[in-house]
Write a protein that binds this ligand. Sequence first.
Ligand code: IMP
Length: 202
Amino acid sequence: MTRRLEAGRLVVASHNEGKVHELRVLLEPYGLELVSAKELDLPEPEETGTTFFFNAELKARSAADLSGLPAISDDSGICVEALGGEPGVYTANWAETDGGRDWMLAMSRVQERLEALGPGVSRAAYFACVLCVVWPDGHVESFEGRAEGSLVWPPRGERGFGYDPVFVPQGYDQTFGEMDPEEKHRISHRAAAFAKLKAALL
Ligand code: IMP
């Protein structure tokens, strides 16, 4: 049976400031006091799964086990049609460098792979997001949302995070990086997953 999320402390199982901020905006109106895994000094588990669902559950379970509080996680990424869905669950890995994550490098890698396929290649892509809540007793609830769109080059806009500057959502001219954050929060993959979570748990 679905379990409702009661007001109180909720751990955000992420060290990614962009995601923590977006989840705070979405969840704080519901009387939830969000504390991030980074604030609690919780380790980041290795994401060993090959699906967004698996990795989301793994992160929330680790945070709930270690904190004794319910935890919410977000596993997300960008899936590019012409690249067979890559980078997908490996979206963050494409940004890894010895000096930390470099999003400009990650976006350039996607662009180079598309250019290698020749002119006229489809630039269709979607962002996917799985939000997962795990309670300390092991109960799990997961929800997936998507935002369809296409990739542009060069990157545009200073807002948002990650791949936002190269993604134009369907029906819009601006990238997520140029758009008013409130507009992004209304139409994003995270908003779509959150709408399902809200209907079920809040
Ligand atoms: P993970 O879920 O921690 O494996 O990381 C997924 C990566 O996908 C993030 O670090 C971002 O680079 C990218 N990503 C996920 N959601 C968004 C978004 O809303 N905008 C831009 N990039 C995103």
